[in-house]
Write a protein that binds this ligand. Structure first.
Ligand SMILES: Nc1nc2c(c(=O)[nH]1)N=C([C@H](O)[C@@H](O)CO)CN2
Length: 116
């Protein structure tokens, strides 16, 4: 399956289960693998047939920052639903990393795959 890829999308937002986390912004790092048939865009060098990674990135940031969220699992499900329903992608893999969350780990996160 062809894919459109977004790597290391940084989103500063209110995220976490603890009261102190609701008073500040923390950074999430997001990787997206989005199933998309890239042949139609490539055939005639036609942007209108492409899934625009810039448009997707900005939509994902707006979605996540619209309201505080407690769990990164919730972030992952919201992002996956948006990619499938708003952009009409057939399949998506979403990885959400929260690098500041565990002091003794380089990074922690979740990954999900969803399809229509
Ligand atoms: N599976 C998860 N575990 C934890 C989460 C989470 O979103 N998913 N969140 C926290 C806290 O918010 C933590 O990041 C604060 O450092 C703990 N565990």
């Amino acid at each position: 399956m062809d894919k459109v890829l977004i790597r290391g999308l940084r989103v500063d937002t209110v995220i976490g289960i603890y009261e102190w986390e609701k008073q500040l912004h923390q950074q999430l790092q997001i990787d997206l693998d989005i199933g998309w048939d890239n042949r139609a865009a490539a055939e005639h060098d036609d942007y209108s047939k492409a899934l625009c990674y810039d448009t997707v990135s900005k939509r994902v940031v707006a979605l996540i920052t619209a309201a505080p969220i407690e769990l990164i699992e919730t972030v992952a499900e919201k992002v996956a639903a948006c990619i499938l329903n708003e952009f009409q992608a057939p399949w998506v893999r979403v990885r959400i990393m929260k690098p500041g969350a565990v002091a003794i780990a380089d990074n922690v996160g979740v990954e999900i795959e969803r399809s229509r």
